[in-house]
Design a protein around this ligand. Structure first.
Ligand code: CS2
Length: 492
């Protein structure tokens, strides 16, 4: 028996109890999927569905996990033969080693290998979790930000592509040249119509290339871009989590991911070159994902962002602590039932009230230490699909979406002051952080902060800032937050 201090890897598998072993033999699995953005979320979500699908129905759908910015994930997983465990925390705790990640690739150092991977006939599917900001689009319009210096460099062909869309288009170019056949690009990020958004960005990129037209024609014939709705709460892994995994596993695991029991995946069934049989793992394959996406983004993510900003301002480190604050919990319940629900076209057979109750329970999960500042990240990329769509729909219906506007005001207070109510600094981690600072630096009153921030047209568009009702609701909420804090602003 291996000494219990060893690191997880192929040689550890024989020592693990059957319930902790991968469902497939990772050594025998070929790579069929390139996954861009192999963070914790992918490892706890699509990689798990994929492994279960392979276990049930076979197929060489092993994953090559691609990482963009840092060697971090490689250092975690390469010495472990791609293995890592999934620690599920609900009423009970369970842990199993996942086996679908078969290879890893660090784009910054291996750009050519990425091209070769995307051009290989064995690669039939590219999945993406690159976060909202990874698309380099204007959140309000969904169009490629051609003024972004990295996008401009990729369009000019200055060195290996740095942006995800640049990498994909250059990869598709190589695939076409290699005559390697059709492929599917499947976005798994929290954006509405994420497949359409990705298709639009790839098309925008091709249109800006001097020789892009015939490539665009090939893409239109050979590449599909299904949309998908993904859901599983996956907080960043901590040292405590790693210590717990080592105890449960008997091996050290630097790549462990922590998550909740709940998981959901709704995928538009439109694949150009096949797919794993994810339905065997509980995924819903459907013709139309839009109603599920709106429901999830507006109810779950809209509430998440609202309670993250309010919670962080009030000094709550974790989502469950924020939910224990009756004011914040009340706002979340009202936001869902009064502001969001009337805007939804609920999917057939869905009990949307039960869905909301389940969300509230998930947010209360005390075993998940989900940091409010983690969710508060990248607000400019998240607000449109999480809160602003709800607000626009309710205003158009003549209603006053007070709670969604409070969510927007809480974001404003967060980025304006960058401090919690007790004076503790809060990180403003956002691709537009510098602009946010400049815009709000001289704002002396809530009204001035609202005016300054609503000038971000790439976030708020042109219509909402011109709507007096919206401006008043957000200003009232920001005034309440400024004068009386979260406690006063959340009194319903
Ligand atoms: C969260 C999401 O960090 C965030 O912004 O709202 O990551 C959320 O946990 C997932 O979308 C849940 O499926």
């Amino acid at each position: 028996m291996a000494p219990r201090t060893d690191r997880l890897g192929f040689s550890a598998l024989a020592d693990l109890p059957a319930a902790q072993r991968p469902l497939v033999d990772p050594r025998a699995l070929g790579v069929g999927i390139a996954h861009l953005g192999i963070g914790a979320f992918h490892r706890a979500h699509q990689a798990v569905f994929t492994e279960e699908a392979i276990a049930a129905a076979g197929g060489d759908w092993g994953i090559c996990g691609v990482t963009q910015r840092s060697r971090g994930v490689l250092e975690q997983l390469q010495p472990q033969d791609g293995l890592y465990s999934v620690l599920v925390r609900g009423e009970d705790t369970s842990l199993r080693v996942a086996g679908a990640v078969r290879d890893l690739l660090f784009v910054a150092e291996e750009g050519e290998r990425l091209q070769a991977l995307l051009a290989a006939p064995t690669t039939r599917l590219v999945t993406l979790t690159v976060t909202e900001k990874g698309y380099r689009h204007d959140p309000a319009t969904g169009r490629l930000r051609r003024t972004d210096p990295d996008v401009a460099a990729d369009l000019a062909g200055d060195g290996p592509p740095r942006t995800v869309v640049g990498q994909l288009v250059r990869g598709l170019q190589a695939r076409r040249a290699a005559d390697a056949g059709p492929i599917t690009l499947l976005s798994c990020d929290n954006l509405p119509a994420n497949g359409e958004v990705l298709r639009g960005l790839v098309t925008d990129f091709c249109a800006a290339l001097p020789d892009g037209e015939s490539l665009a024609t090939w893409i239109a014939e050979s590449v599909s871009f299904p949309s998908s709705m993904v859901d599983r709460i996956v907080p960043a892994t901590t040292d405590d989590d790693r210590a717990e995994a080592a105890k449960l596993l008997g091996f050290s695991d630097r790549g462990v991911v922590v998550t909740e029991p709940f998981r959901q995946w709704v995928v538009e069934d439109h694949f150009a070159a096949g797919r794993p049989a994810w339905e065997h793992a509980g995924a819903v394959l459907t013709a139309d994902v839009a109603p599920y996406e709106a429901m999830k983004l507006r109810l779950l993510n809209g509430s998440h962002s609202t309670l993250a900003y309010l919670g962080a301002l009030a000094g709550h480190a974790h989502v469950a602590d924020a939910m224990a604050d009756p004011g914040i919990a009340g706002v979340v319940a009202h936001l869902m039932a009064e502001d969001v629900e009337p805007t939804l076209a609920v999917p057939d057979g869905y009990d949307v009230a039960a869905y909301q109750r389940e969300l509230i329970e998930r947010f209360h999960n005390p075993a998940l230490r989900h940091r409010t500042v983690q969710i508060a990240m990248d607000g400019t990329q998240k607000l449109p699909q999480r809160l602003l769509g709800t607000i626009a729909d309710r205003l158009a219906a003549g209603a006053e979406p007070r709670f969604a506007c409070l969510g927007v005001a809480a974001w404003m207070r967060y980025v304006w002051t960058a401090r919690a109510e007790d004076g503790a600094p809060l990180p403003v981690d956002d691709p537009l952080a510098e602009r946010l600072r400049e815009l709000t630096a001289d704002a002396a009153t809530p009204q001035a902060a609202v005016d300054a921030l609503l000038s971000l047209e790439e976030v708020f568009g042109a219509e909402l800032p011109a709507n007096d009702r919206f401006c008043d609701l957000v200003t009232d909420a920001l005034e309440a937050l400024t004068k009386g804090g979260v406690a006063a602003a959340t009194q319903i």
